[in-house]
Design a protein around this ligand. Structure first.
Ligand SMILES: Cc1cc2nc3c(=O)[nH]c(=O)nc-3n(C[C@H](O)[C@H](O)[C@H](O)COP(=O)(O)OP(=O)(O)OC[C@H]3O[C@@H](n4cnc5c(N)ncnc54)[C@H](O)[C@@H]3O)c2cc1C
Length: 396
């Protein structure tokens, strides 16, 4: 793209930045490292600010992701803005959520409006839609390796090498659990219901979630089963029929008999956070972290990706101020990037506390704690205004 064309379509603040810049300046303003959902979304959002983005594609996975993500209204709005929200059959609206505790107490959540409580999005479809949008965005170039740019946005996921190289510091609290994920075909339609069971088996916590897929009357579900590492490996290696039987038993026949419709994959679970989310390299260029490179949480509340998408939106918002009051600040401006860091760290706290607190509360084997869980669930279910408040928070 010629320089004159870039200047023509730039807003005034950005034109200033271009006119003042060195003719030897890098070909890209921003380098986004990692092309997962967060990286691709980030690249599209920053290109929307007329920034020239290099998107570094890592190794392509050998098999499609078997997971489906529960995405909230805020994530949905963001992806709709990018025209990357999948069709209703691939983004199933959850109308009701039923959660059972290990003592039999139940919490029943209903969508506050006909649109839904949350949406279960088919991961490979979402990735494909984002990749297609990127093909049509001339300001994003997909590149095989890291490029020089004023700002590097690290979206490499939880094992990010760039985060380590930058010396960001990373605190990890491993849970003694692995999540087993797969797709299943069910004998009965799910009718837009999501199910979750907290169970204790021989003193070990298991959390089984069945998430509806394939539209409101679909008969497919994405399962996420968090278990001790040994039990998860056992279920993964088990013959198909035996696994289906174990799943049917654990899901109390809610969706009838189930047939495995994909490979089974496992992920070790952890809560983690980077200590520093932004900084400067020795050459004066800056870096920031986003998505799982910055934080990860237990999937029991289906919030990890929602948080990563909120990071992308927050960084876009902060950098957008360069088109107004902050027009004189560079993309590597420490004050701007620290603002992003502070905002997102503060936004993360309630989720960390809720996810970790719930995991610990349900993992505790003591009988008194079990009674407390029972009591808490019953009372929570009996106070509609409290349920409405929690629903509103989760949707945002
Ligand atoms: C079982 C399970 C279920 C989950 N369910 C939900 C849910 O329902 N809802 C929800 O919101 N969240 C959920 N999560 C969390 C969600 O998966 C993550 O938060 C989300 O995938 C993070 O996205 P990301 O783009 O930051 O990282 P990733 O998805 O890990 O993507 C990182 C990308 O960077 C690439 N990469 C890595 N290193 C490099 C490098 N050096 N150079 C270039 N590229 C690189 C990788 O190949 C990958 O493509 C779940 C997690 C698990 C384990």
């Amino acid at each position: 793209m010629s320089m004159s064309r870039v200047e023509l379509c730039l807003p005034s603040g950005a034109i200033m930045a271009h006119l003042e810049s060195d003719p030897m300046k890098p070909a890209f303003d921003v380098c986004v490292r990692g092309a997962g959902v967060v990286g691709q979304t980030m690249a599209l959002l920053l290109a929307g600010l007329r920034l020239r983005v290099a998107l570094v594609q890592g190794n392509t996975p050998s098999a499609p992701d078997v997971r489906a993500f529960a995405l909230n209204a805020a994530s949905r709005n963001l992806l709709q803005e990018l025209r990357c929200w999948p069709e209703p059959d691939h983004a199933t609206a959850v109308q009701q959520m039923r959660v059972w505790g290990d003592g039999g107490a139940q919490v029943h959540l209903e969508a506050p409006n006909p649109q839904g409580l949350t949406w279960i999005v088919d991961t490979p479809i979402l990735l494909a839609q984002l990749a297609q949008a990127i093909q049509y965005q001339a300001l994003v170039s997909v590149v095989p390796s890291n490029e020089s740019a004023s700002l590097t946005v690290v979206c490499e996921g939880r094992h990010s090498a760039s985060r380590e190289q930058a010396g960001a510091g990373h605190e990890v609290l491993p849970y003694d659990q692995h999540a087993l994920a797969a797709r299943v075909d069910c004998a009965l339609p799910h009718q837009g219901q999501a199910f979750q069971w907290f169970q204790h088996d021989q003193g070990e916590l298991g959390i089984l979630a069945l998430l509806p897929m394939g539209g409101s009357m679909g008969q497919q579900a994405a399962l996420v089963w968090s278990l001790s590492p040994a039990r998860a490996q056992q279920l993964k290696a088990m013959p198909k029929a035996e696994f289906e039987q174990a799943l049917h038993h654990a899901s109390h026949d809610q969706l009838g008999a189930m047939r495995l419709a994909s490979e089974r994959h496992t992920w070790p679970l952890q809560m983690a956070r980077a200590l520093q989310w932004c900084g400067t390299y020795s050459d004066g260029q800056a870096w920031v972290l986003a998505g799982d490179a910055a934080h990860s949480v237990h999937p029991l509340a289906g919030l990890g990706l929602n948080l990563g998408l909120a990071d992308a939106q927050a960084l876009r918002h902060v950098l957008h101020t360069r088109q107004g009051v902050n027009h004189w600040r560079g993309l590597n401006d420490r004050r701007l990037l620290r603002r992003y860091e502070r905002e997102r760290k503060a936004g993360m706290w309630p989720t960390w506390v809720a996810c970790d607190g719930l995991q610990r509360l349900f993992a505790h084997p003591h009988a008194l704690v079990k009674d407390l869980r029972q009591w808490g669930m019953k009372n929570f279910d009996a106070i509609p205004p409290l349920k409405q408040w929690v629903i509103q928070q989760a949707m945002q």
